[in-house]
Design a binder for this molecule. Structure first.
Ligand code: EPU
Length: 425
C-alpha cells in the first residue's frame, strides 16, 4: 500500500494548474446515460473516483474512451442493465448519481443503498423523496433501492433536510426531471457550482433548465437529450487546498484555471487569517507573510465555507497566533483528522460539532493515518510545514480526489515522496 514521506519546512513556490472538478465530473458522467449520441467531456481529472464511475458506466452499457489531455468520450451502447451493485457503490458513494438518469431513461434503477462512511451518516432519503414526487415507486430489497416508473411527471418539490439541501440529491432529481413530462420546480435546491455545471451540461444536450445556482431550479421536460462537447469547471476544492498550501508554507503559488468567484467564502476567511490573494492576468496568486491570525470558520452549504475544506483550514489554523473556532454544519462528525493532527502536536479540543484550535508555534512530523479524502489533504498540508518527517499511510484516500498530488507539490518545491509498503495493511 502506498504512503507518503514528507520532510517539512520547504516554502512552496511556482505555478499549479487546477484540474476539472471531481464533483462536477462525476454527476455529468452519470448524466450521459440520458443522452442519445456521443458526449465529449474535457477537463475530466484522472482520479480513482472517476475510474470507478467509468467502471460503473461500462457495466451499465456506456462505453468510455479516455484521450490524452483529460478528455473522455462517452456513449450509450446498451440500455439493458439498470443495477449499480454494492461492490461499486461501496467503493464510491457518488455511484448513487446514476439513480435519476437510469430511472428517467430506462424506467428502472436498482442502486445499492450506500452504507456509512468515514465522514459520518450520509443518508439518501431526500434523493428518494424527490424521485417519488416525480412518480417513481421505491422499494428496498436486499440492500438495494429499487425505483420504477413507467412515466415521470413534473412536480413541485422541496429538497431541504436538517443540514441544508443535498448536492447529489439535487443532481439526481434534476437529471430525472429533464425527461419528465411537464415542469418540475425544485425548491431548496443545492446552489453548489457543481450542480450549476451539471445543469449547464444538460442544457448543452438539449435540456431546459433555469435557475440553477439558486435555491429554486425550474426544469421543463423534453423528449430526449443529444450528445455534446463540454468542459468541466475547475475544482474549487483543489484550488482551495493549494491556496492553503501556499499559506501554510509561507510560500507563493500562482493558480492557473482557478475560478475565484466560486471561492469567495474561502478567500474571505484566508484574508482574515492574513493570506494575500490577488488576481493577475487571469491567474490567482496566493502568498503569505507568515503571522497567521486566528479566526472563526463555519462550514455551510454554498456559498458558505465548504465542508470539503474544513480539514485543510484546520491544519492552517493549528499554526495561527491564538485560538480559532471551527464549526462543521454539514457533517457534524467529519473530524477524523483531529486525532491525527494532534499526533503532530496540534492543540485541538472537540466539543460536539465544534473544534477549538489553540495555535501552536510548530507542528512536529509523525506517522499518521489518512481516513478520508479531505482529512488526508489536511495531513499532507500539516506535513509540508511540520518539523522533521511525516509519514502518511493509506494515501489511496487522497488519490480519490487529487490527481498526482505529490508530483504537483514536488514541482512547487515540496519534499514529498510516494513509497510502497507491502506489509502495511
Ligand atoms: N443529507 C440528508 N439526506 C439526504 C442527503 C443528504 O439528510 O438524502 C444530508 C447529509 O447527511 C449531509 C447534508 O445533507 O449532512 C449534505 O449532504 P449532500 O447530499 O449535499 O452530500 P453529497 O451530495 O453526498 C457532495 C459531495 C461531497 C461534499 C458534500 C457537501 C459529491 C460527489 N460529493 O456529497 O464531497 O462534502 O456534497 O458539500 O459531489 C468530497 O469530495 O470529499 C466529498 C465528500
Amino acid at each position: 500500500m502506498d504512503y507518503f514521506l514528507i520532510s517539512g519546512g520547504k516554502r512552496l513556490r511556482g505555478v499549479v494548474e487546477i484540474n476539472g472538478a471531481k464533483n462536477a465530473a462525476l454527476p455529468i458522467m452519470a448524466a450521459c446515460i440520458l443522452c442519445e449520441g456521443e458526449v465529449t467531456l474535457h477537463g475530466v481529472p484522472d482520479l480513482a473516483d472517476i475510474r470507478s464511475m467509468e467502471l460503473l458506466l461500462n457495466k451499465l452499457g456506456v462505453s468510455t474512451t479516455r484521450e490524452p489531455g483529460n478528455t473522455l468520450r462517452l456513449k450509450v451502447e446498451d440500455e439493458m442493465n439498470c443495477h449499480a451493485d454494492y461492490e461499486l457503490v461501496r467503493r464510491m458513494r457518488a455511484s448513487v448519481c446514476v439513480m435519476g438518469p437510469l430511472l428517467a431513461k430506462r424506467g428502472k434503477s436498482q442502486v445499492s443503498m450506500p452504507g456509512g462512511c468515514a465522514i459520518g451518516d450520509r443518508p439518501i432519503n431526500l434523493h428518494i423523496e424527490g424521485l417519488k414526487a416525480l412518480g417513481a415507486e421505491p422499494d428496498l430489497i436486499g440492500g438495494d433501492v429499487i425505483l420504477k416508473a413507467k412515466k415521470l411527471t413534473g412536480a413541485e418539490l422541496f429538497l431541504g433536510g436538517p443540514f441544508g439541501s443535498t448536492v447529489t440529491g439535487t443532481a439526481n432529481v434534476m437529471m430525472a426531471a429533464v425527461l419528465a413530462e411537464g415542469r418540475t420546480v425544485i425548491e431548496s435546491a443545492a446552489c453548489e457550482p457543481e450542480v450549476a455545471d451539471l445543469a449547464n451540461f444538460l442544457n448543452a444536450c438539449g435540456a431546459r433548465i433555469s435557475g440553477h445556482g439558486s435555491p429554486r431550479i425550474t426544469i421543463d421536460g423534453v423528449k430526449s437529450l443529444h450528445g455534446c462537447e463540454y468542459t468541466i469547471i475547475p475544482d474549487r476544492i483543489e484550488a482551495g487546498t493549494f491556496m492553503i498550501a501556499a499559506a501554510i508554507t509561507n510560500g507563493e503559488i500562482r493558480l492557473r484555471n482557478c475560478k475565484l468567484e466560486n471561492l469567495l467564502a474561502v478567500v474571505d476567511r484566508l484574508r482574515h487569517i492574513g493570506v494575500n490573494i490577488e488576481r493577475e492576468d487571469g491567474d490567482v496568486i496566493v502568498s503569505s507573510a507568515r503571522r497567521l491570525e486566528p479566526i472563526e470558520v463555519t462550514s455551510q452549504p454554498y456559498p458558505g465555507f465548504p465542508t470539503d475544506l474544513q480539514a485543510q483550514i484546520m491544519a492552517l489554523l493549528c499554526l495561527a497566533d491564538g485560538n480559532s473556532v471551527i464549526t462543521e454544519k454539514i457533517y457534524p462528525d467529519r473530524f477524523m483528522h483531529v486525532a491525527e493532527l494532534s499526533r503532530m502536536g496540534a492543540r485541538l479540543r472537540k466539543e460536539g460539532p465544534t473544534v477549538i484550535v489553540e495555535g501552536v508555534k510548530r507542528l512536529i512530523g509523525a506517522p499518521v493515518m489518512a481516513s478520508d479524502l479531505r482529512a488526508s489533504a489536511a495531513l499532507v498540508l500539516a506535513g509540508l510545514v511540520a518539523k522533521g518527517e511525516t509519514r502518511i499511510n493509506r494515501v489511496y484516500h487522497i488519490d480519490r480526489g487529487y490527481e498526482r498530488i505529490e508530483r504537483r507539490l514536488i514541482a512547487l518545491g515540496a519534499d514529498i515522496e510516494r513509497l510502497s509498503d507491502a506489509s502495511e495493511e
